[in-house]
Design a protein around this ligand. Structure first.
Ligand code: PGA
Length: 251
């Protein structure tokens, strides 16, 4: 695991964008795992992705995307769905073919079957080359909340009260935040060939400190990433204010 410590959110976004853009240019076929939430917004908008496309028309026709999760009960037209988020914040701004973008279907009539279908999509694409992750204040990755088995595959998960509260800022009220989601599993995430985890702001300082200095434990889902062979954490000073340990590079 390596940590790139940068000054602020803009630099987090730029560093992540650069890593993604490099892969897009390097590989003739690429599967990128994408995340939603507040943190990756800057990465998508930065001069390396949407802005780069506007200027240089870097093509994404050879890219497939796999999203980490989707709320149960929200359809693709719902502006709170992650399908809507991805279309408006990234996909509509690139030349990425729509059929190459994959997000779990949160309104599937059989959600368990949908989870199996999603796993087969990932397998049929040959796995994820580069997975972007955020981290919840409780250490979740995807929507895999504390206590989730490290062996989990894509499944229907219940959102913790802390996660619902953190995400309520996007809804009119806490009551509107869905109680469940479909989330890529932890073992599915661990199979991704390369992982970038983004963290910004003082709200993430406590969990980053716990992740980096504590034990690998299912109570801190992101802690399993210490056992992955290619993880880069890109975090700003505020998120790393409590950490002065061994993994740091740069800065
Ligand atoms: P955030 O969410 O980027 O909105 O802080 C991160 C997460 O919950 O994984």
């Amino acid at each position: 695991m390596k940590i790139i410590k940068v000054h602020d959110y803009a630099e987090v976004s730029l560093n992540a964008g650069e890593m993604i853009l490099e892969k897009v240019k390097q590989q003739s076929k690429l599967v990128i795992g994408l995340a939603t939430g507040g943190t990756p917004i800057g990465t998508y908008q930065c001069q390396c992705l949407i802005e780069d496309f506007k200027r240089n028309q870097t093509s994404y026709k050879h890219v497939h995307t796999i999203n980490l999760d989707e709320y149960v009960g929200l359809n693709v037209e719902d502006r709170h769905s992650y399908a809507y988020y991805m279309r408006t914040r990234l996909f509509n701004h690139l030349d990425l073919p729509h059929e190459q973008t994959h997000i779990p279907n949160g309104v599937a009539s059989d959600l368990v079957k949908e989870c199996h279908r999603y796993e087969s999509v990932i397998t049929s694409l040959g796995g994820v080359d580069l997975q972007l992750l955020g981290i919840g204040e409780n250490g979740h990755i995807g929507f895999n909340e504390p206590g989730t088995s490290f062996l989990s595959k894509t499944s229907v998960v219940e959102l913790s009260p802390l996660t619902r509260k953190a995400n309520a800022r996007y809804f009119n009220s806490l009551d509107e935040v869905p109680s469940h989601a479909i989330s890529m599993g932890i073992s599915t995430i661990m199979q991704c060939r390369q992982i970038i985890l983004l963290a910004s702001g003082e709200k993430k300082a406590k969990i980053l400190q716990q992740l980096l200095s504590g034990q690998v434990s299912e109570q801190v889902p992101a802690s399993i990433l210490k056992k992955h062979h290619d993880v880069t954490i890109i975090a700003d000073q505020a998120a790393l204010e409590n950490y002065h340990g061994d993994y740091l590079v740069g800065f």
